[in-house]
Design a protein around this ligand. Sequence first.
Ligand code: RB5
Length: 187
Amino acid sequence: MSGAGKLRSEEAWGLGLAAATKQQSRKHEGYYSAMRIVLAGDHSSPELKAFIAAHLVAAGHQVDDLGTDSTQSTDYPLWGAAAAAKVVSGAAELGIIICGTGVGIGIAANKIHGIRCVICSEPFSAKMAREHNNANMLALGARVVGPELALMIVDTFIESSFVGGERHTRRVEEIIELDDGRELPLP
Ligand code: RB5
């Protein structure tokens, strides 16, 4: 990583810590239950990724940041697949991945068997993706969302959980059928 790139990441880390501390003081103790979260992203991601990592660590989560920490051009599918592998293996409960738009890395992650990755830039979809779709990965666009909006999306994503019930369970099971290569009947 270039000196300037590194400095930006370190600054982002500090800002992330400050944001997390502020947020925790607003929330009652024990609000967060610690999770194992894997982070990864391409060359557009280091600053936002460091900001998010600092926030998650300060909130008590276990963070596995796979990289990249460099602004040198790199291919987003590799990072999406690497984070997805951690989620599928159970090494991480959730994954957060970042590219310029979130689109490419999210599409790549969704090619990995067992991954349900939501690409989103606002908290409502992040919440619904967990509650209704039981999403296990979140893809963000570093060139789309600002850092504070990103934290709001991340927090909403990790604090929401699958609501279950017959309707949503059936639909997620249908997604799993597709993921397994089986055809669904016409409605
Ligand atoms: C890389 O320039 C850019 O294409 C990538 O970060 C991402 O936005 C792709 O979807």
